[in-house]
Design a protein around this ligand. Sequence first.
Ligand code: ADP
Ligand code: MG
Length: 259
Amino acid sequence: MSGIERLHAAMEALSLLEADAVVEGHLERAVKEEQSYTEFLCELLEAEARARRNRQFEMRLKMAHLPYRKALDQFDFAFQPSIDERAIKELQTLRFVHEASNVVFLGPPRVGKTHLAVGLVLTALQAGQRAYFIAAKGLVMDLGEAKREGRLSKRLSVYLRPKVLVIDEMGYLPLDEIGATLLFQLISARYERGSIVLTSNKSYGDWGSIFGDPVLAAAILDRLLHHSTTINIRGESYRLKERKKAGLLPAEERAAKMA
Ligand code: ADP
Ligand code: MG
């Protein structure tokens, strides 16, 4: 076996997939740039480490089931002055994840609640945490089915594992008593163990009507809010801005063609 063949065989045996793929380019460069052994080895292993981190991130991303991929730096805070940007910066430190406290985004449709929840998840995934995103309706349906089939505790454990659980669109549909009880069970089980990021179009005062039962609603809120940050968004729907932009674009294009 030639030297390079031995190198590929060893890297394959060690599953150094990226290093195996890039080593020849690195060798050429090392000769051309007269790199030291240390520099050469460092760069090769750093490439391997980087590729691994990316692969693991992509895997966690897939497992998180996000509805779309939008980061916090794609959020236009100037458009939504009711949001205290410092509060979002604080959340970005992920201290809330380490403390297993919760985050609640409240506000009317299309003001950015889900975007901010997704952005926090991406931040957590990048830091190596696991997360899972699900709509309240789907969550309650899933848990209800598991309960009917006698496998609730096993199913609950799926929602206990990730460090960050997003429950999106709480309150868009009212819940029956079983649904509300299941949600209470889940929120209690995650209490002080893992963060919940929740979005809702209903203010806390209206939660009694989501759950049908004001006592249960109070119990859920009590657990949810004991360690939590609430971000209240009282702004315009982002769609208005998108529409305005859509209206402007053709005019701009026309102007560009005339110029
Ligand atoms: P909701 O509050 O109903 O959950 P979303 O967060 O899904 O709304 O926002 C609707 C769409 O508008 C998304 O594509 C989101 O990325 C975009 N959006 C909303 N607010 C902003 C903002 N301030 N900056 C950038 N994009 C925004
Ligand atoms: Mg939403």
